[in-house]
Design a protein around this ligand. Structure first.
Ligand SMILES: NC(=O)c1ccc[n+]([C@@H]2O[C@H](COP(=O)([O-])OP(=O)(O)OC[C@H]3O[C@@H](n4cnc5c(N)ncnc54)[C@H](OP(=O)(O)O)[C@@H]3O)[C@@H](O)[C@H]2O)c1
Length: 253
């Protein structure tokens, strides 16, 4: 059987580590030519080399997507190299936690700039290409998968601005889903619980120590979430998985 995504092109943001890197590999494994975007070029090179070793196609795009020009440039580069865009995985994200009182304002700014504005810049640049891909591809469908979180469903003490950004991603995704349904661009929201990646490591030391005592031990792997994303994208054209909430079995909240 031919891989389901043969002939399609996917751009994955935040693909230098964690869920983004695993998703790039999973989609390449299904036959998609992938463009991997993030700031750390050396890490992207490793991800791309792994994909090429397994016979896949990968393009490295060094970009800081909080910069509108670089975000738009990532989409344009994908189009100029591969000629089309069937899938955008808006994965790049930052989670900086801790009490609001006394929090460094710069942490709030960085989350809004990446989780909200960065995602919007990429979505805006990609939309015309996704719409034409849905029209002209043999699959007759295109996908935008947006990474939210359990934190996009429920707000908690100590994660207000992360909650704000991920609730925003959910609202934008649902509105866009309705707008694009008739044009066969599926907009899906993925909401992971605790997953072992670098995400937590960007927090201040006292926040990390506090988190360790709050969270249970069980974590999902980045591959678990990549598997879910690949499931969404490989559905037949008449099936749209709108939303997927995935927790480790032992995670209660
Ligand atoms: N891990 C979890 O428990 C969990 C749970 C729920 C939701 N999520 C969501 O899953 C997504 C992926 O996170 P992860 O867990 O895989 O964390 P991660 O390993 O820290 O990955 C984050 C990715 O975003 C990229 N990134 C950061 N700033 C960027 C920028 N300015 N421009 C472009 N790329 C940038 C990073 O690459 P560079 O540093 O190289 O730029 C990295 O590739 C995030 O949206 C996160 O909110 C994660």
């Amino acid at each position: 059987m031919e891989p389901v995504l043969d002939g399609t092109v996917a751009l994955i943001t935040g693909a230098s580590s964690g869920i983004g890197a695993a998703t790039a590999s999973a989609l390449a494994g299904q036959g998609a030519a992938v463009a991997v975007a993030a700031r750390r070029a050396d890490r992207l090179d490793e991800v791309a080399a792994g994909i090429r070793d397994r016979g896949g196609k990968a393009l490295v795009i060094e970009a800081d997507i909080t910069d509108e020009k670089q975000a738009t440039g990532a989409v344009e580069r994908t189009i100029s190299e591969y000629g089309r865009l069937d899938t955008l995985v808006n994965n790049a994200g930052l989670m900086l936690l801790g009490p609001a009182v006394g929090a460094p304002l710069s942490e709030w700014q960085r989350m809004v700039e990446l989780n909200v504005l960065g995602l919007l810049y990429c979505a805006h640049a990609a939309l015309p290409h996704l719409i034409s891909a849905a029209q002209d591809s043999p699959r007759q469908v295109a996908d935008m998968v947006n990474l939210s979180s359990v934190a996009g469903r429920v707000a908690r003490n100590g994660s207000g601005v992360y909650n704000l950004t991920k609730h925003g991603v959910g609202a934008f995704s649902e509105s866009l889903r309705q707008e694009l349904a008739s044009r066969h661009v599926r907009v899906s929201l993925v909401e992971p619980g605790a997953t072992a990646t670098e995400l937590v490591t960007h927090n201040r030391r006292e926040v990390i120590e506090n988190l360790r005592s709050q969270l249970g031990q069980q974590r999902m792997t980045a591959d678990d979430i990549a598997d879910a994303i690949a499931y969404i994208i490989t559905r037949p054209a008449h099936v749209a998985v709108n939303e997927m909430l995935i927790r480790p079995t032992e995670q209660e909240r």
